[in-house]
Design a protein around this ligand. Structure first.
Ligand code: ATP
Ligand code: MG
Length: 547
């Protein structure tokens, strides 16, 4: 299980008070994460997962994973499986796994009981009529002409609804609460609807399905949940959450506590929008590394540790806000910086010929694997007469403060020698294709040479032994246009060819590296094949995150 971080939040203050007052007797603190299996989980869900599971851990309580699958039209087993995988990957273990659909019988019985108590009725108004009758924020609603049906008639009609006697939309079961309530949610909300649809779990057993607001408190109550944590948009629904439990005289009912949703800059964060991106082919699937889905950011190279750290840092509050995506990036850098090995990789190569280097010599240079973590040791990197460097590390006419390679300048080649550029070779278009350089054998890295200093260190790979592969460089999925509106970034993916140290030939999918001076990268879990290596850029090295 993931470790607990002691994030003090207002929810824990409520729980502390409940424990002090014995609100739940000797029952354990019990939470649940209740996703609807209608899409893949995103980083916003991670916030809810971390909150629910770490709260249970903190109080030695329990936490369930419960699929809130009350809408057969949108739900699918593919989503169920992905959600389980994601929760586990984040480092959490649920105590029990349930489906809301497991409770359809019990929920039906509860509805019958409510009808018997005169608290629910079958209504024949259409959806449009129900909306009209509902009134507005300033005007009370109007009672349905079916509101005063007898208990017997309601029981009979509700049973017929269940037996499939009516078409979709022909009848609904409504809670009998108060059509004049200032809270619109309490104006006789629909609690059951007819949907002749195949359910991913119950098949065609049911053709009536409970509505979320009615089903959720019952699910919580059946499982012995004490603290039902949900996002702020449900605040106005709280009286409705409490309603069936009060009417059914439930002992020690669960309480709903709302917290702020996570919103992030430069992305979209709702399954509905994410599904549209997938369906429209705007991305390569739910696990496209540009997506804010757990599956996407996992492929992108994020670690569960980084995501948990992020959720810890953003905290849990009662007001909505938008978190800068730079904080998420900061967290992955922090997690990887001492954990992964470094490799030298060149994206847009210029060949360097070291004219005074012996023709058939290859030396093995010893280069540290992680400059911040001595324990990660050293690796051997071959160097011979012909090397590649990155085009951006050379300027024929250097700008001010350019300390990399230019004619007449000397730089250190990382872990190797001081190299001076003497001659620039161009093709017929004037493009630089080759640099003729010399090296100073005295300056070998680690030799203790102290004769003179250079200002720039650049990376290189051996031209003969370099491994060629693909790198997918990502930019934000969403950007702001001139009007400040969020639009899909047309340049969110750039695929480049790269040349890396020979050791990269043996990379395994899922392996992470820091590409020296570039950023953190991961060998893609899906696209790497026998013949081709593909890396995803996880994050660049420079941080734009400011505390
Ligand atoms: P979406 O709008 O993306 O479909 P949802 O709230 O409908 O999200 P559910 O599957 O119902 O998704 O969510 C499961 C749990 O995750 C709920 O308790 C919900 O409040 C929480 N959750 C969803 N999105 C966020 C978010 N952005 N930040 C924090 N919690 C979230
Ligand atoms: Mg939802």
């Amino acid at each position: 299980m993931a470790e607990i971080k002691e994030a003090i939040n207002f929810i824990h203050n409520i729980i502390d008070k409940d424990l002090e007052e014995g609100t739940y007797g000797d029952r354990p603190v019990y939470t649940r994460f209740p996703p609807e299996p209608n899409g893949y989980l995103h980083i916003g869900h991670a916030k809810s997962i971390c909150l629910n599971f770490t709260t249970a851990q903190k109080y030695n309580g329990k936490c369930n994973l419960r699929f809130d699958d009350t809408d057969p039209l949108k739900e699918d087993t593919e989503y169920v499986e992905s959600i389980k995988e994601d929760v586990k990957w984040l480092g959490f273990e649920w105590d029990e796994l349930y489906f809301a659909s497991d409770y359809f019988d019990k929920m039906y019985d509860c509805a019958v009981e409510l009808i018997k108590k005169g608290k629910a009725y079958v209504c024949d108004l259409t959806a449009d009529e129900i909306r009209e009758y509902r009134g507005t924020l300033t005007e009370p609603g109007k009672e349905s002409p079916y509101r005063n049906r007898s208990v017997e008639e309601n029981l009979k009609l509700f049973e017929e609804m269940k037996e499939g006697k009516y078409k979709d939309g022909e009848k609904v079961l409504r809670a009998k609460i108060d059509m004049a309530s200032p809270n619109m949610n309490m104006r006789d909300p629909v609690i059951y609807r007819i949907a002749h649809a195949e359910h991913h779990n119950t098949g065609d057993k049911w053709c009536i399905y409970p509505m979320y607001d009615y089903a959720h408190p019952l699910e919580d109550a059946f499982e012995g949940i004490t603290h039902s944590l949900c996002t702020l948009e449900f605040e106005d629904h709280r009286p409705l959450y409490e309603w069936p439990l009060i009417e059914l005289e439930w002992e020690m009912p669960p309480q709903q506590i709302e917290f702020a949703r996570l919103n992030l800059t430069n992305t979209v964060m709702s399954k509905r929008h994410l599904k549209k991106l997938v369906d429209d082919g705007a991305v390569e699937g739910w696990d496209d590394p540009r997506m804010p889905t757990i599956a996407g950011i996992r492929r992108r190279g994020y670690t569960p540790e980084a995501i948990r750290d992020f959720c810890d840092r953003i905290g849990v509050a009662k007001t909505n806000s938008v978190v800068d995506i730079a904080l998420l990036e900061h967290c992955i850098r922090e997690d990887l910086k001492e954990k992964v090995e470094s490799r030298m990789v060149v994206f847009d190569p210029i060949k360097v010929v070291i004219t005074n280097y012996p023709e058939d010599l290859t030396e093995e240079m010893e280069i540290e694997n992680n400059s911040m973590n001595e324990e990660m040791g050293y690796r051997k990197v071959p160097l011979s007469r012909e090397l590649y460097i990155d085009r951006e590390d050379f300027m024929e006419v250097p700008v001010k403060k350019y300390f990399r390679l230019y004619p007449g300048n000397e730089v250190r080649f990382k872990g190797a020698y001081f190299i001076t550029c003497n001659e620039v070779i161009k093709d017929s278009d004037g493009k630089v294709v080759e640099l003729h350089c010399t090296y100073d054998p005295e300056t070998k890295s680690g030799s203790g040479f102290s004769g003179r200093k250079v200002k720039g260190t650049i990376h290189w790979v051996d031209a003969k032994q370099a491994v060629k592969f693909k790198v997918r460089e990502y930019d934000y999925l969403m950007i702001e246009d001139e009007k400040g509106e969020n639009i899909l970034n047309p340049d969110s993916l750039k695929v480049v060819e790269a040349y890396g140290e020979p050791s990269l030939a043996n990379v395994k999918p899922g392996e992470r590296f820091q590409f020296f001076r570039k950023g953190y990268y991961i060998a893609d879990a899906k696209l790497c094949t026998e013949d081709e290596i593909v890396f995803n850029k996880t994050v660049g090295l420079k941080s734009s995150w400011k505390k």
